[in-house]
Design a protein around this ligand. Structure first.
Ligand code: NAP
Length: 287
C-alpha cells in the first residue's frame, strides 16, 4: 500500500499510474477535492496525512516545497508520527539541498528510511508514466520503492546517498531555467529587431542547435499560450534553490542569479500560475 501526500499537477497522475500498475493507493491532498477523482480509479481518499500513512509500506510526498513537506510530515499529527515502523518515505518533491537535509533529519529521528527521489518530466510525462526518477538513499529502501518508480517512470537513475538525487535535480533544473529564460530573450530580441520569431525556430530547425524543448516553449511564447505544466511559481522556487546551492558551494553564477530574479518578478507580477514560459512576458517588446 502506498500513501500519496500531495495530488497536484504531478502527484495526481503519479498516483493514478501507481494504481494502474496494480499498487494499492491512499491519497491525501490539503485541498481535499483535488484528490477526490482518484477514488474513481480505486484509491482510498484520506482526510489527513496521518490517516493516509497509517499502516502503509511506502509514503510518497509530492508537495510544492520544503516547508510544505516538513509541515505535512513533522509534528504529533504529521505523517511521520503516524507511519508504521519499517515504512519507507519516498520524498519526490523538489525541495533543494537544505530541504532534503531537513527531511532526512526528520526521517532519522523517526527511525524510518528516506529515499530522496525527485523526478524529471512534467504533467504529460507524469500522465504517461514517463518520468525519470533520480533515486538516492539506502539500497534496500530504494528496492522497496522500485515498483512505484517503475509505475511512474520510464527510467530510474540509481544514485548514491540520499541528497544526491536532489543535487542532480537542481543541476538539471538550472539547465531548464537557463534554456527558458534564454529563449524568452531570444524571441523578444527577434521581435524587437523586427523579425518574425518563427524564423529563429526555422533557422535552428533540424541541426545541432535545435531542441524539442526549445521548440515547445518557444512556440508557447510566440503564441502567448501559457497553460501550466510547470508553473512559473515552481520554476522560480527552483531557480532560487539553484542559487542557494551555488552560494553554499562557493560558486559565482551571475546568470542564474539574474534568472531567479527575473522569474521571481514574473510571480510578483501575478503570472505564477502560468507556465514557466510566461517569464517571456517580462522581456516581450511593447505591443
Ligand atoms: P502543484 O500542482 O502546485 O501541487 C503542489 C501540492 O503541494 C498541492 O498538493 C498543494 O496542495 C500542496 N501544498 C502546497 N503547500 C502546502 C502546505 N503548506 N501544506 C500542505 N500541502 C501543500 O505542484 P506540482 O507541479 O504537482 O509539483 C509538486 C512538486 O514536484 C514540486 O516540488 C515541484 O517543484 C516538483 N516538480 C514539478 C514538475 C512540474 O512540471 N510541474 C516537474 C518535476 C517536479 P493544494 O492543492 O491544497 O494547494
Amino acid at each position: 500500500m502506498v500513501a500519496f501526500l500531495g495530488t497536484g499537477i504531478m502527484g495526481f497522475p503519479m498516483a493514478r499510474r501507481a494504481m494502474r500498475a496494480g499498487l494499492d493507493v491512499r491519497a491525501w491532498n490539503r485541498t481535499l477535492e483535488k484528490a477526490g477523482p482518484l477514488a474513481d480509479d480505486g484509491a482510498t481518499v484520506s482526510s489527513s496525512p496521518a490517516e493516509a500513512v497509517d499502516g502503509v509500506d511506502l509514503i510518497v510526498t509530492m508537495l510544492s516545497d520544503a516547508d510544505a513537506v516538513v509541515s505535512v510530515m513533522e509534528g504529533e499529527h504529521g505523517g511521520l508520527a503516524a507511519a508504521r515502523d519499517g515504512a519507507v518515505w519516498a520524498q519526490m518533491s523538489t525541495i533543494g539541498i537544505e530541504g532534503a537535509e531537513r527531511c532526512l533529519e526528520l526521517a532519522e529521528h523517526r527511525g524510518i528510511d528516506m529515499v530522496d527521489a525527485p523526478v524529471l518530466g512534467t504533467r504529460q510525462p507524469a500522465e504517461n508514466g514517463e518520468l525519470v526518477v533520480l533515486a538516492s538513499g539506502p539500497d534496500a529502501a530504494r528496492d522497496r520503492c522500485q515498483p512505484l518508480f517503475d509505475a511512474v517512470g520510464q527510467r530510474t537513475m540509481r544514485l548514491g546517498a540520499a541528497g544526491e538525487g536532489t543535487r542532480l535535480k537542481l543541476v538539471v533544473n538550472s539547465w531548464i531555467v537557463s534554456v527558458v529564460e534564454g529563449l524568452a530573450e531570444t524571441i523578444a530580441l527577434a521581435q524587437g529587431v523586427g523579425l518574425d520569431p518563427q524564423l529563429f525556430l526555422e533557422a535552428i530547425g533540424g541541426g545541432g542547435l535545435d531542441m524539442p524543448y526549445a521548440r515547445m516553449k518557444g512556440t508557447a511564447m510566440i503564441e502567448q499560450s501559457f497553460e501550466p505544466s510547470f508553473p512559473l511559481r515552481l520554476a522560480a522556487k527552483d531557480a532560487d534553490l539553484v542559487v542557494q546551492a551555488a552560494q553554499r558551494h562557493g560558486l559565482d553564477l551571475p546568470a542564474l542569479r539574474a534568472i531567479a530574479e527575473r522569474m521571481a518578478q514574473g510571480v510578483e507580477a501575478g503570472h505564477g500560475d502560468e507556465d514557466l514560459a510566461a517569464t517571456y512576458r517580462a522581456s516581450a517588446p511593447p505591443a
